[in-house]
Each structure stands twice: as structure tokens, then as C-alpha cells.
Design a protein around this ligand. Sequence first.
Ligand code: ADP
Ligand code: MG
Length: 680
Amino acid sequence: TIEFVRATQLQGDEEPAAPPPSTQAQQKESIQAVRRSLPVFPFREELLAAIADHQVLIIEGETGSGKTTQIPQYLFEEGYTKKGMKIACTQPRRVAAMSVAARVAREMGVKLGNEVGYSIRFEDCTSERTVLRYMTDGMLLREFLSEPDLASYSVVMVDEAHERTLHTDILFGLIKDVARFRPELKVLVASATLDTARFSTFFDDAPVFRIPGRRFPVDIFYTKAPEADYLEACVVSVLQIHVTQPPGDVLVFLTGQEEIEAACEMLQDRCRRLGSKIRELLVLPIYANLPSDMQARIFQPTPPGARKVVVATNIAETSLTIEGIIYVLDPGFCKQKSYNPRTGMESLTVTPCSKASANQRAGRAGRVAAGKCFRLYTAWAYQHELEETTVPEIQRTSLGNVVLLLKSLGIHDLMHFDFLDPPPYETLLLALEQLYALGALNHLGELTTSGRKMAELPVDPMLSKMVLASEKYSCSEEILTVAAMLSVNNSIFYRPKDKVVHADNARVNFFLPGGDHLVLLNVYTQWAESGYSSQWCYENFVQFRSMRRARDVREQLEGLLERVEVGLSSCQGDYIRVRKAITAGYFYHTARLTRSGYRTVKQQQTVFIHPNSSLFEEQPRWLLYHELVLTTKEFMRQVLEIESSWLLEVAPHYYKAKELEDPHAKKMPKKIGKTREELG
Ligand code: ADP
Ligand code: MG
């Protein structure tokens, strides 16, 4: 058991809330009653009046008050979609866009994709008739490419503004500009109760509309001592809550799919072993790549007598509200991107979350009744180790993508773009430099023809460049597959605990000389040959749904080839061409083997091949990597063996022959680093 001490309490409000309807039948009947019970409802008229009176309105309200699902409906009912005008509501997360659109379609009694739809990258569930469009912030950004003044929209609601994602931040600048030219465009900025004064100031002192929250008190507990293994601690604590606490569902915050799946497996395993000694515990995961039928399950009411535990990423912090949560379990971590503009290295790491985040999480326990939040860290750690707030993404990410997009929109002077918080100067500079190296910008910083094409593809500039280069090397068929497989990254292989050996063997069977990109190509090709069979996936320990997604992505990219003037062609087994095309996009991400292990070519950073890579034991002299992940070390994930001469071929302006010489070539030890076994 884990010992918790009660320390503080999040204050609730006086006003008691009506208990939510309990059974599914009741809930269906009373969907309108539920709408009327939401905190935003009493403010409907006042809110609509404020929107009518002001072009820009900041809307602040507790999570779950009905901002996302209700306000667009109010606007629809009020006639903002007359004459075919559309309402956009942006979400930082794909899952939120999908889930919220589905909910609103149900509330309105329409089929998803008709009047209400969603649009996320590689998935468009909208039609001509769709007037309420939930979309990721990234998708609205891309809308600017085809419709720079957003002329077909009457209202743009930038939702979850407090998340301060890169795309949301860029949207602020663009929308502020458009609003000046289109006085009839309504702009709503919706946010949880954080930071709203900043938004108001940014939008020339736009008024803030506050929706009073409805909160019950939440008791906060901390562990007595730090927990070394928070995953294990999570599992133990959930069971502890289940056994000792009165009814009420549990929400657990973990950092990503792998962790969530592991935790769910462990929980189910232990419940099975405890059998009838404990009451039923429903274990439900929620994360970005979860298929939508599984996502919908978290919203289904818990059967009487049972308890539900939802194991979620940050998505459940503010974007999604699950009824019935009384207990929150918070290990205090999240996955965060960080970027080093000096080295150009981006990494995704598990880091302690901020105090603001921890408090949002705790608040989720007090929505329907008084709740409890168990923090898997000490009160001291909360006070002394957590940052106050999360740094906006724009200050800890690479900007290649966004800079390319802004350049395509004709925004040249990026240094003076209207940023809510500006990115670091070096990061902007490096983005420009990289785009220049990729041939997207000329030496004056202007968009080139090739750059314009790169912006057409909804992927990172390097991936775009790789696709464009497949024309030259006549291998677009293969490159499309590689691009699609890279986009569903790291969720291809399935490795059940009880069949680890079989799964690993199956994976090794796909290995091809050359590296991981070719392995991905091989998996996809064999799957296609099987007739896209799910049985084939099952037998080969490949995740069917990831493959299905890769197929969707591939189809979409294929559909865009014509626009970027790349013809369909196949390398006919000449993989050197595929590898060269990949190198043409990723020549920035190269490493060479030195006597002290791998070093990135330009920056001389120490990096390691990920133990899951097909090249882990090969240790080729030159390689490129798709991405770096920092866990215990800087690991290169998805690596490809290359020849240094290719770098001169694909990027002569970037590499000099001299820096690609290898003084130690002859003395190179055959193998450096530990073997898989030694790593455990
Ligand atoms: P906010 O945006 O202010 O956080 P929302 O509009 O997302 O609030 O949520 C309002 C209510 O709608 C919440 O009580 C939530 O439980 C409910 N809700 C949202 N999505 C779903 C869904 N897919 N299924 C059931 N209820 C949902
Ligand atoms: Mg919301």
C-alpha cells in the first residue's frame, strides 16, 4: 500500500448542483435537460448579446461548463450560419475535436458529418452541409492557405486557448489581423480560468465574459515519500481507492499511449487475479490514437455496483469532461516537447507538470460531488519542484512548419509578427536556415516554387522534401508508404507481455538491410499483399488499426501528389533510390560513428541508436534518424544507413566534402555500445 497524507483542499462554491441523470435511458431522454443544466445555460442570452456587441470576446469558464459543446450551438440557433456561413471551433487535440463534434451532433439530433462535423489532419468528417466545424487548431491554420480572410466563416472560436499550443498562438496573430479587415467576423477566445487577462490585452482590451463555475471541494492528498516507480504506484493506488473508497469513478493522468496501455494491462491483470474478492472495475484508456469507438466508451455511464477508472493523457485535463469522476490520481508528469535552437534538436520528454496543470487535474474530481485528488508526490515537491505554469509551446519547439506556412501566406517579416509571446530569436533564425537548406526559401528568405509545394503537404518540411525528392529518384510509391508509416510512428508493432519472444521474432522477420524506414516499407508492402488483412496483422504482431491509419494517410498524400507535381513511380526493388530520397529530406538529421559512439554530423552531439532499431547491432558508420527521443539518453528513433557521398549529392550547399571525411575509417572498432541483452 501507499501512504497518503491529506494536506490541502481546493475550495468549492456554495451553490449545489443538480445530480446528473444516472441511467443511460434517462440520459438519452434528457439530453436537452442536460444541456439546460450546464453552467453556461443561464448566461445564454447575456452571452449572445455580448457577442453581438463586440467583435472579439474572451470567454472564461471552468472546465465542463459547456463552452465547447454549447456556445457553437447557441450561435447556430441564433442564425450565425445563415447564408451558408460556417462556425469554426478549434481544439488543440485531435481526440477532443472528434469527441466533441460527435457529442454536439448527438445533441442536435443530426448525423456526424452533416450539419456538425470535424476536421483533423488526414481525416475530414465534414460535408457541404457542415456549418459547425470542430477542427484542430492546425487545420484552421491550413484553412488560411486556401481562404486567407476566412470569408466563409461568420464566427471563429479559438477554444482551449489556455493550452497555448503553437498553432493556437499563431492563430491569434492571424485572426487578429483578419478581424481588422472583416468587421463582421466574430472572434471568440475560450479558455479555462487561466490567463484570460493576457488574451484580453492582446486583442486590444477585448471584454472578458465570465461563466461562473460550479465546483465542489476537493481534498488533496500527497504521498509521504517520493515514489520511484509511478506506474506501479498508480496501479497500487487505483486498487487501494477501489477497495477502500465509497463509489465514484477514478481518473488517472499518465503521459502517453505506451504508459497508458501498460497501466491498463497491469490493472486488468491484477483485477483478474483478485477475481470476485473485489467489485467490478472497468478499466478504460483514452489517448490520441485510440480508435473512436473505444473513445466513446469512456463516456458511457458506469453500471451500478461497478467502478470505472479512466486512464488518460492530458486530454482529460481540460479538453474532455467525463461525468461521475470523484477521484483523481495524479502522478504529476506530462510529456513535453523541448527544443534546443543551438543544436536544432527537438525532444519529447516526460517532465513534471506545472502547478496550474496539477490544479486543473485536481479540479476534475469536484464536478459532480465533493471529491479527492491523490497526488503521487510529496507536498514538498509540489511547493518546490513544480513550475507555476507551463511554458507556451512556441518557446520550446522547432518552427520550420509554421514559418513555411506563414511565408506561404505572404508574411515575410516574421521578427515583427504579432506574437502573444514571441519565440526565441535563435529558433526563428534556425527555422529560416533549415528551410533555406531544404530549398524552400531562397537566399533573400523568399518562398521558392519548391517551398510552395512543400507547404501544400500537411506534414513537416523534411517529410515534404522527402516526398518531393521521390520524383527525382522515381520512387514515389515507396516514399508515400514510408511517409505514411512514419506518420503513425511507433505504434506499428504489438508486443503483448505473455508473447514477448514471438512478437520480437515477428518484428525481426521484417528487418531488411538498410534500416528502419525499409522495415516499415516492408511491413506495409506485405500487409498490402495480404489484402490489407487484419488476420495477417494478428499473426505478425502488427497493430491493425495503426496500419489502417497508415493506409488512410497514404491515400491522402497520394491524392496531393498531383498538386506538388510528383508522378507515381516505383523503384522496383532498387532501395538505394528510396534511401537517397529519404536522405534528401533528412540530411539535417545525420550522425556518424566515431570512436566514442555516434555523434551528429554538424553539431557533434552524442546520440544513440534506439534498442528497438533494426540497426542496433549493425552500427553503420553513417546514418540518418527520423527523430530523437530523450529518455535515459538521446535515442535516435527510426534510423537509416546512408553513405556520406549521398549527402553531397542531395545537399551540396549544406555539406562540404571535407567534413564528411573519416580520419579513423580504418581503425574503427566493429561494434560500439552495448548489445540488446546487456541493456536488459
Ligand atoms: P467546457 O468546454 O466548458 O469544458 P464542454 O462543453 O466540453 O465544457 O462539456 C459540457 C458537458 O458536456 C460536460 O458535462 C460533459 O460531460 C458533456 N460532454 C461532452 N462531451 C461528451 C460526450 N462525448 N459524451 C457525453 N457527455 C459529454
Ligand atoms: Mg472545452
